[in-house]
Design a protein around this ligand. Structure first.
Ligand code: KPL
Length: 330
């Protein structure tokens, strides 16, 4: 075990040290960033596998099969025709065993946020940042119960990934990632942005938190529930006219709810939802994946949240009401 760890560490240093020197080298020497990823599902695995050559990655999760697969065989990323195995990623269910983390990425389901928040104080470095890349709204508020809000960063990602087996993930559709920065988090987030981009995870920073969250929510409202109800990959929504129209209507209603709150939306909701469905055509949305494996869905944090706010604000959200109820009834 000890020998295996030492060999893995040597492999990792050999492959990565020159790159990391460029990013994090300063007059105090090289600092190897510790990134803890909470979650062992598809997006958590995708980010871990991509980032592994550029940082020390620990995955913290509660799925025993994934934890043992990753520790025994490494984390496997199936990327188009290539199979990449990352032996340097470690996985654990014990937050106390995790080194103080420069960055904690939250990639669990919205309904697991409260549980994740309780683990973070154990492992976050004093100047560390917690980045939620989850679907839906309300995740940052739940994290703020346990973590200093100044250390919480909200982000969105339209990366797509499907789980093949525990510890084996298939990349599906290269999306983009946006991280909401403040003057206090800018320097540290810029380093993370550099890492993400080097790892092939296209990332930009934005100061506009509400816009970022709602722009993602609009897309998820259009795609996730419908693909779960119809049991189809994202791209199929474009192929059948009634499905495409429902997708566009759900996205448009979410857009109107954002507008009613005075939130600036910088995308054309209909065009954008079509583009994302196209870019992630082969992907089975996260909600479809949840339904398929009999797990709870994020419907309440996505379409359900739009319904609640829409009703409060007097916005027509009838498509989202139907989609929410259908998913609840699945
Ligand atoms: O975020 C997604 C999800 O599945 O949750 C999209 C962008 C729809 C990609 O599948």
């Amino acid at each position: 075990m000890r020998l295996a760890f030492s060999l893995a560490f040597q492999e990792w240093v050999w492959v990565n040290l020159p790159i990391r020197w460029l990013i994090f080298g300063d007059n105090k020497g090289v600092h190897i960033p510790n990134i803890t990823i909470i979650g062992t599902g598809s997006l958590a695995s995708l980010f871990a596998a991509r980032l592994a050559p550029y940082a020390q990655i620990t995955m913290l999760g509660s799925w025993p099969a994934a934890l043992s697969a990753i520790n025994q065989n490494g984390l496997t990323l199936l990327d188009a025709t290539t199979e990449i195995v990352r032996k340097t990623v470690t996985a654990t269910s014990n937050p106390v065993a995790v080194a103080p983390s420069d960055y904690v990425l939250i990639l669990v389901k919205a309904w697991q946020t409260e549980r994740a928040a309780k683990l973070i104080p154990e492992l976050l470095a004093p100047d560390g940042l917690v980045i939620t890349l989850q679907n839906g709204i309300g995740n940052a508020d739940q994290l703020a119960v346990k973590i200093d809000p100044a250390q919480i960063v909200t982000g969105i990602t339209t990366q797509g990934a499907n789980m093949h087996a525990p510890g084996v993930v298939q990349a599906a559709g290269a999306g983009v990632t946006q991280l909401a920065s403040t003057p206090q988090t800018l320097a540290k987030l810029t380093q993370l942005q550099t890492l993400f981009n080097m790892a092939g995870l296209e990332t930009s920073l934005t100061e506009n938190l509400a816009s970022v969250m709602w722009e993602k929510l609009i897309i998820n409202c259009g795609i996730n529930a419908l693909t779960a109800i119809l049991r189809c990959p994202n791209g199929m929504l474009l192929e059948k006219r009634p499905a495409r129209e429902l997708m566009e209507k759900a996205a448009l209603e979410a857009f109107h709810v954002a507008q009613a709150q005075g939130i600036t939306i910088r995308i054309d909701p209909v065009l954008k939802v079509q583009q994302v469905a196209q870019a992630t055509a082969a992907n089975r949305s996260s909600m479809l994946q949840d339904i398929t494996r009999g797990a709870p869905t994020e419907i309440e944090a996505i379409n359900g949240a739009v319904v609640r706010l829409g009703c409060e604000l007097g916005v027509d959200v009838r498509t989202n009401i139907v989609l929410t109820n259908l998913v609840r009834a699945l």
